[in-house]
Structures are given as C-alpha cells and as structure tokens.
Design a protein around this ligand. Structure first.
Ligand code: HPA
Length: 248
C-alpha cells in the first residue's frame, strides 16, 4: 500500500498559525508555484501546506498558476490534496459560517490553463470526471467532522466563477437555477488537474457570505463582514483539518 501524503492548499480561508519545519521551493515545467511548499506539523502529523494566493495573498484567482501548484505537489510525492476555499452560499442550507464538503462542480471559469494533456507529442487524453472529488477524502473529512461534533454539509454543487469580482444578482440566479449550492473562484481547474495527475482531491469550503442578491435587505455584499467571517471560521476549519489528518 502506498503511504498517504497530504497537502493542504490554503485559500482566503486558512487554518491560522502553522508550525513550519521546512520550506521547499519547487521548479516546475509550468513556472513558479504560488508559494514554497511548507512542511508543517498538525497535532504531531506532517503535511505540506501551500498558499494558493501566495505568501502575501497577492495572486487573484484567475492568475493562480494551478498547473505549477498541482505539478509541484505531485512531484514531491503528495497523494491527497485538500483545497480550502472561502465561498458564498446559494442554497438555504449553505449559510455563512457553514463548512461544506462539496460533491459536484460546475465550471464557469475561462482563459485559465486547465489541462496537462495538450502537448503535441502526447495522444489525446480524457479523464473521467463524473465525480470530480475523491470520495475517500470527502468521507475522511465528513467522518473527522463527526468525530469532533462539528456540523458540516456533506454535499453540494460548487459553482466556480472567474473572479476576482463577485457575481451580479442575475448571475447568482443563474447559478441557482443551474443547481449550484455554493459559489467560489478556485476549485477549477485545481480539481481537474489533480485528477489528471492521479491525486485524490477534495474541497473544504467555508461559507463567508450569502451570494450576491440573496440577502434581500442588502443591495451590496458587506466585504468587511465577509472578512470577519473568514477570520471567525478559521478555528473550525483548523479543528476539522487536524481531526482529518488523524483519520487519513
Ligand atoms: N462568490 C465567489 N467567490 C466567493 C464568494 C462569492 O460570493 N464569497 C467568497 N468567495
């Protein structure tokens, strides 16, 4: 049996202070990753942590070098990847504060380099993506949440928008009609690239606002409340990740 090696890609939602043991800069054929790969200790267990938006949170969702990030993780022997994500809630159950382990994706992004399989030297390659997330890792997250009595939503369709702007109210109505339960900007092409390289990938989404137009009393998304929710949720996301590392 191959050893499971976990990486966490931290987004706007993160897990707070990290005990860093080592930092590795990885060169990839696709250019630079968002950040060095930090080996961190989570409750005594090692994992790799990468900052999706860069160390200083400077890389917007559409400028992230998803290919370099996933390639780098694969090249150092990572087998399992959890992408943390701050998202907007669309379904009534996906209210701000909730943690959601989505099971489906609809991709609305464009112009992002989204595949490793486009070299003229390789035969055309398709991946199966019926279930975009790794069931093993989703179940480990859901079980870990139960172990620590943390209420999470165990399914949901993640609509991935281009950003960096938030959506219009009409766009959110469309996302809702399409069946999206939550909206964020980074699960794609990250999930598909992970699948292309055979990595087990899941999203741990933290809802930080109602998606645009869903709060009828408000005509704008309150960005400071959104940031406040990001900070407030960090503790629960951290507890969940630590519990999950023990389950894996
Ligand atoms: N839309 C897209 N991405 C997001 C949102 C949102 O409402 N909130 C946090 N990330």
């Amino acid at each position: 049996m191959t050893t499971k090696r976990l990486a966490i890609i931290g987004g706007s939602t993160a897990i707070g202070e990290l005990e860093v043991i080592n930092k590795l800069e990885v060169d990839t054929p696709f250019g630079s990753c968002s950040s060095a790969l930090s080996t961190v200790k989570l409750d005594g267990k090692e994992a790799i942590y990468m900052y999706r938006h860069g160390d200083g949170h400077t890389i917007p969702p559409h400028k992230i070098n998803y290919c370099a990030n996933i390639w780098a993780l694969h090249s150092v022997g990572i087998t399992h990847v959890i992408g943390l994500a701050a998202v907007g809630g669309i379904a009534s159950a996906s209210q701000p504060g909730k943690i959601i382990i989505p099971d489906q994706i609809i991709d609305y992004t464009y112009g992002r380099k989204h595949t490793f399989f486009e070299s003229a030297l390789n035969p055309v390659t398709h991946i199966d993506f019926v279930e975009p997330y790794c069931d093993e890792l989703r179940k480990a997250l859901i079980k870990a949440a139960a172990n620590i009595d943390l209420m999470v939503l165990d399914s949901g369709t993640y609509g991935v928008t281009q950003g960096p702007r938030l959506e219009t109210a009409a766009e959110v109505i469309r996302l809702k009609n399409d069946g999206c339960d939550l909206v964020g900007m980074t699960a794609m092409p990250e999930a598909a690239l992970a699948r292309e390289l055979g990595l087990c990938y899941a999203t741990c989404a933290h809802c930080v606002n109602w998606a645009a137009g869903l709060e009828t009393s408000k005509h704008q998304i309150d960005l400071s409340a959104m940031h406040e929710n990001i900070v407030q949720g960090q503790h629960s996301v951290r507890r969940l990740i630590i519990a999950m590392v023990k389950c894996l």
